[in-house]
Design a protein. Sequence first.
Length: 202
Amino acid sequence: MSGTTLALGIAATLAGLAALGGSRATGGRNDEGDGPETPPNSPEVQALVDAGNIRRAARAARSQGGRLNLRGADLRGLNIGDAYLIGANLQGANLQGANLRIADLLSANLQDTNLQNANLQATDLRNANLRGADLRSASLLGADLRNANLQGADLRGADFRGAHLPGANLKGAQADANTQISGTHWAIRVALGGRRVLVKLG
């Protein structure tokens, strides 16, 4: 089966999920809403953020026992690959064209985030909240999205080849013929006629 055929298949599946009420993440804490409120950064951490040094800011926040707050930040084109961003709040941030390769975004809040053309290859996005995120033409090759919430996300043109999505919530997500899913590990639970059916693709 060609990549285009697979892409069309997942687009149809996503449309079906929206019509049926969608799949639900099994175990992710970010299925609904914004999650717990992230406190403001300390002055030290915020100074690093303002200087564009996100890796050092993340380390500083961690050393203070907190989580990095990047809500609404303009991070376009930044290279923050391999950054430790577990539980970080990036809601509404602009990460268009940013490099997040191999970053650790476990349980991070990326709701309504602009990730167009972002490099998310091999990124850890388990349990992350990507609800309403713009992932158009983003590269998620080999990314780990188990139990991630992708409800209402825009996946058009995104590359998910080799990614892991068991338990992901794809209700209302958008895909098209340019969405690459060859070799993707899918295990989507669909509510159908009062019972749950496991649909595997890829």
